[in-house]
Design a protein around this ligand. Structure first.
Ligand SMILES: Cc1cc2nc3c(=O)[nH]c(=O)nc-3n(C[C@H](O)[C@H](O)[C@H](O)COP(=O)(O)OP(=O)(O)OC[C@H]3O[C@@H](n4cnc5c(N)ncnc54)[C@H](O)[C@@H]3O)c2cc1C
Length: 338
């Protein structure tokens, strides 16, 4: 059978792009789909974010990422990954969500929908699912969560200047947002179910925030939960009972959980405890032959375990396995017997 491409990569994040490059370098055709733009997760970071990684640790495809400062900014990274796509001549179908993938005789049929148009089919010999986790925030499931002043993503503090901002969460994103809101002139309160800030908050962020809390410039409600959101107030359950707080802007920075629907419908197993798709870490192949994972989706529910630094190499493992499968069937059979 003639396939439209050898490999469909679902997701044009840094790890999906790195996988496509590795696959093409190995001599196979790769076609990348993204429901949004290239590296949309980075596009959605806080506007003025500086990476915790140095530039060389998030470069992909061997293309140097040079910045004049110690660490790259969001904007540097967007420019870099755009350049990577162009230099490598990657074919990326942006704004085209993969809705379903089904197995055919010896390959896969991918159903994707370009934004505002009819769904279209693409055939491939193998699939790499690199869909990350930013598409599916952890919802609180409380009334008012869908109000327009409520968001699961933090961009910048300017909008909340001289207004009441409530940040829900106690990890990195919440800590950095609370500080940025405070420095943008907002009146900030953090709400978190833990006893205090999470120990995972970056070592250079935690003391800064702790000092602002001690000074009384940022309010806190630990061991507390939001139970309802109203247009200008939130209702909390605190250790001292129910409390209402003014809130013109509500930032629900409570993390993300990877979406496994594509993998499940292909028959791939997901560990119910960890949320990790069952896979061979040496090849990134799932328990469905020809279906691979790359990037942070391989971390399951603990997204802090895999990031660009240690997910960008997954593509090389996949490319090696594809070559063994398609050029050296003897090794393929030996492996398939695992
Ligand atoms: C604020 C912040 C700062 C960070 N700083 C760093 C850092 O300094 N260093 C570091 O290494 N990591 C950092 N990370 C983590 C890093 O962003 C992620 O680990 C990385 O984006 C994971 O890459 P990925 O390719 O696996 O997935 P993603 O980048 O999440 O990309 C997945 C892509 O898949 C697309 N997609 C999803 N479903 C579908 C579908 N059905 N069809 C088509 N496309 C789909 C999405 O639109 C998305 O573009 C940071 C994260 C955050 C939030």
């Amino acid at each position: 059978m003639d396939f439209d491409t050898d490999v469909v990569v679902v997701g044009a994040g840094p790890c999906g792009l790195a996988a496509a490059i590795a696959i093409e370098r190995a001599g196979w055709r790769a076609l990348v789909f993204d429901a949004s733009c290239v590296v949309s997760s980075i596009a959605g970071y806080p506007t003025y974010l500086t990476f915790f990684s140095t530039a060389e640790r998030i470069e992909i495809g061997g293309m140097p990422f040079v910045v004049a400062t110690e660490k790259p900014t969001r904007r540097d990274a967007l420019a870099y990954y755009r350049e990577v796509v162009e230099r490598h001549g990657l074919i990326v179908r942006q704004y085209e969500r993969v809705e379903q993938v089904e197995r055919t005789g010896d390959g896969f049929l991918v159903h994707s929908r370009p934004r505002g148009r009819e769904a279209r089919p693409t055939t491939a010999r193998a699939i790499v699912v690199a869909t990350g986790y930013f598409d599916s925030p952890n919802y609180l499931g409380v009334p008012g969560e869908d109000l327009p002043h409520v968001t699961h993503r933090y961009r910048e503090g300017h909008e909340a200047f001289m207004r009441d901002a409530l940040v829900v969460g106690g990890k990195n994103s919440a800590a950095e947002a609370a500080l940025d809101l405070y420095r943008s002139g907002a009146r900030v309160t953090m709400v978190y179910h833990g006893d205090g800030l999470s120990p995972s908050v970056k070592s250079w962020v935690a003391p800064d925030l702790q000092n602002r809390i001690t000074e009384g410039h940022i309010g806190t409600r630990w061991r507390s939960r939001v139970v309802a959101i109203e247009p200008s107030e939130v209702v909390l359950e605190t250790p001292h009972g129910t409390e209402r707080l003014p809130a013109d802007h509500v930032y629900l920075l409570t993390g993300y959980t990877p979406e496994h629907e594509l993998l499940r419908r292909l028959g791939a197993s997901i560990d119910p405890e960890t949320g990790i798709p069952v896979h061979d870490p040496a090849t990134m192949e799932t328990d469905v032959r020809g279906v691979f994972i790359a990037g942070v989706i391989s971390a399951g529910n603990d997204a802090n375990k895999v990031f660009i630094e240690n997910g960008r190499g997954h593509g090389e493992l996949i490319a090696r396995r594809l070559t063994a499968m398609w050029r050296d069937p003897a090794s393929h059979e030996a492996h398939a017997g695992r």
